[in-house]
Design a protein around this ligand. Structure first.
Ligand code: ADP
Length: 690
């Protein structure tokens, strides 16, 4: 073969190319990766063919074949050689040249070794290529799928909006609102921040939530008040019987707003026993004024964050109830009912009552600051109504902020009216039992009220009426007509609960009926005294009955007063010679307050002299025997009437309060107003008693 072959010789010292005509014994520097050029001429002599060379040829052929298959480059080289018309496989010399050309060595073994190595290299290369290709393909496929998923999710409305849509949504939300300048600045700043944040970042979500709240509030949106007193009166009467104080106050509010030409917010507090309609009338007031209604209870609330919201730095931070209220009612002037303000908890996480102080202060609530929102909110247009059972547990400053309206309990007649006009019609509506199917006799209602539902409110009465309707429904379904009478009442509601009207029919000497006021209403509470039989009477007084400090003081004052009254009489030594025990029954109920003063004096005097019957009394006693005013007059008179007491002594200072009461309450009971204890003494004890 007359050609110049380019031989790549690497790392071989002695060039011994079998079958070639390259100058033999060519000295090569021991230097790797050197390239040598040389002219080669075909050698004519035949190469020795033996088993070894045959095997080597076969091996080289096999390697070359594999190599060609794998590598495109080699295939081209082979093609070139073969196109010269030489049968490489038949001649070992050619084969060596060929192998050498394909590989980078000369020597047969070396050729075999090199080609094998080359083969391996190519295989690895191919393998790596495949893997890389597979990886790229997978990444590409994933990307495609993800993009497709995004499109699908978006079409199904599952995909969260992208940043621009989110920002646009906020801008649209505030477009028509009259937003105060300070709030507008905050919103703009937050929107600006949103633009630079990655939607996947947690900060983006925080900012987005914040903007959600800021933009959803009803800035500058108010409902128009229905300032028509006739309409309001009709609506209020439609839902509730009596409650004239409350209704009058609302009508006044309407009239003043009408005269002023603007509507102001107000903070009212309805207080009285449970079940007297405090909560439910608030809803009617909202209806009568055409305001939106929102109610939340602060009973047991101990976390200030419920009112003022959490700071935004907390995970899962939320605004407080007031902001939630504005969001829900979508108006800046809703009626907000804050229930159970007297049962506010005092927690370790701030004091909710101080938050209420801020909220219920007309001076401050123009710029109410929620921790989460952190921008001032004007709540001065809202009408706040709070409800409470017991005013004594409301802190002074808070009480001061509110306009108090008492919602007292109901007497039997009122309850009968409420039952007839409101509770029974409501049950008709709810059960579908018509007036033709069921009827109540007045006596049955009175009996039901007096023997089953004696408490001041009507919640229990409502439950009993509902129970009667439920029981009656089975008969009505069978086509029977139900008449509720005293006789069959127990079939519906069981046996009477209050069989006895009072603890004593004829109290013994030393036991006198007092009138107490509790958050559940008034109650006739007896004061019992007894002489402790012992040989060594030392003139001591033991007091029991779960009483608190003020009542303890009151007991000690009354003891002194009683002693002084008896001094100089024939009973002068009674207190000196006897050990006495004074007890307030119903020991489970904690009692406090000074209003039992006159009752304790009377009980002690009675113990020394004669029994006192059919009389009840209430009033604080002073050391100089003056009778001072006490609260809860209506409840106390109602309690006395329920206990069928005929005569009640009241402090003269309570006269104004008494005059405000409905006539029906004043009927069938004698009220005696007293200024000094002497007046009670004169009526209860004859001059001969002392
Ligand atoms: P409170 O808030 O005073 O504890 P609610 O307002 O919950 O009592 O009243 C309890 C139930 O008694 C309600 O169903 C209410 O409609 C009814 N009710 C109370 N007072 C009256 C009333 N004067 N006229 C009609 N229903 C009344």
């Amino acid at each position: 073969m007359k050609s110049s072959l380019r031989l790549l010789i690497s790392g071989i010292r002695r060039l011994t190319l079998d079958g070639g005509n390259v100058e033999r014994n060519l000295k090569i520097e021991n230097n790797e990766n050197r390239i040598f050029w040389g002219d080669v001429t075909n050698v004519k002599e035949k190469l020795l063919i033996n088993e070894q060379t045959k095997a080597l040829s076969a091996e080289i052929i096999q390697s070359c074949r594999d190599l060609i298959q794998i590598n495109q480059l080699y295939r081209e080289a082979v093609h070139q050689i073969l196109s010269q018309g030489v049968r490489v496989v038949d001649d070992a010399a050619f084969l060596a040249d060929f192998g050498g050309a394909l590989s980078s060595g000369f020597v047969w073994r070396s050729v075999s070794y090199k080609s094998k190595k080359e083969l391996q290299l190519s295989r690895i290369q191919q393998d790596i290529g495949k893997k890389v290709e597979e990886k790229v393909r997978k990444a590409h496929e994933d990307h495609m799928l993800r993009e497709q998923l995004k499109v699908i999710k978006k079409q199904l409305g599952m995909e969260k909006d992208d940043k621009e849509t989110v920002i646009q949504k906020f801008r649209d939300a505030i477009k028509d609102k009259i937003i105060p300048e300070a709030v507008k600045t905050v919103i703009d700043n937050e929107l600006g921040r949103l633009e630079f944040l990655e939607p996947a970042a947690s900060e983006f979500q925080v900012a987005r939530n914040y903007l959600d709240w800021l933009t959803v509030l009803p800035w500058g949106t108010e409902t128009d008040d229905t300032l028509d007193q006739n309409t309001a009166q009709t609506i209020l009467d439609e839902d509730h019987y009596g409650m004239n104080d409350v209704k009058d106050r609302i009508l006044e509010f309407i009239c003043t707003s009408q005269l002023r030409g603007s509507v102001q917010g107000k903070i009212l507090c309805f207080h009285g026993p449970p079940g007297t309609g405090k909560t439910s009338i608030a809803k009617s007031i909202a209806r009568s004024l055409g305001r939106k209604y929102y109610r939340f209870s602060v009973g047991g609330m101990s976390d200030v964050a419920e009112i003022k919201g959490h700071r935004r730095t907390y995970v899962g931070a939320m605004p407080g109830k007031l902001v939630q209220c504005l969001k829900k009612t979508e108006s800046e002037n809703p009626l907000i009912l804050i229930d159970e303000i007297d049962k506010l908890g005092r927690g370790y996480q701030g004091d909710p009552s101080s938050a209420l102080l801020e909220l219920l202060d007309p001076e401050q609530n123009v710029g109410f600051l929620d921790h989460y929102l952190d921008v001032p909110i004007d709540l001065s247009k809202a009408l706040f109504i709070c409800t409470a059972n017991d005013l004594s547990t409301i802190s002074g400053p808070l009480r001061d902020r509110m306009e108090m309206i008492e919602v007292a309990g109901y007497i039997t007649d009122e309850k009968v009216e409420i039952a007839k006009k409101y509770l029974i019609p409501k049950s008709h509506e709810e059960t579908g039992i018509t007036e033709k199917d069921i009827s109540f006799s007045r006596d049955a209602l009175v009996y039901l009220i007096d023997k089953h539902c004696r408490e001041s409110g009507v919640r229990n009465l409502r439950k009993h009426i509902e129970k009667i309707f439920r029981k009656a429904s089975r008969k009505v379904v069978n086509g029977e007509k139900v008449e509720v009478t005293i006789d069959n009442l127990k079939d519906f509601v069981g046996p009477a609960v209050f069989t006895k009207d009072r603890m004593y029919d004829d109290p013994p000497a030393g036991t006198v009926c007092g009138l107490a006021w509790t958050s559940m209403g008034g109650s006739a509470l007896y004061v019992e005294t007894a002489v402790v039989e012992s040989s060594d009477g030392k003139g001591t007084l033991k007091v029991t009955g779960n009483i608190k400090d003020v009542m303890k003081e009151s007991t000690s004052i009354a003891y002194t007063v009683a002693k002084n009254i008896l001094a100089g009489t024939k009973h002068a030594d009674f207190f000196k010679n006897n050990n006495l025990h004074l007890h307030f029954p119903e020991g489970a109920t904690p009692k406090d307050g000074p209003s039992a003063g006159v009752t304790i004096v009377s009980a002690l005097l009675s113990l020394a002299t004669v029994p006192i019957q059919d009389v009840a009394m209430t009033g604080e006693i002073s050391l100089n025997k003056k009778v001072l005013a006490v609260g809860g007059i209506k409840e106390k008179i109602l309690a006395a009437k329920r206990a069928e007491i005929k005569k009640v002594f009241l402090p003269v200072d309570c006269l104004n309060e008494f005059n405000k009461l409905d006539d029906v309450i004043k009927e069938e009971i004698e009220i005696v107003f007293v200024k000094e204890y002497r007046e009670i003494q004169d009526q209860l004890f004859a001059a001969t008693d002392f």
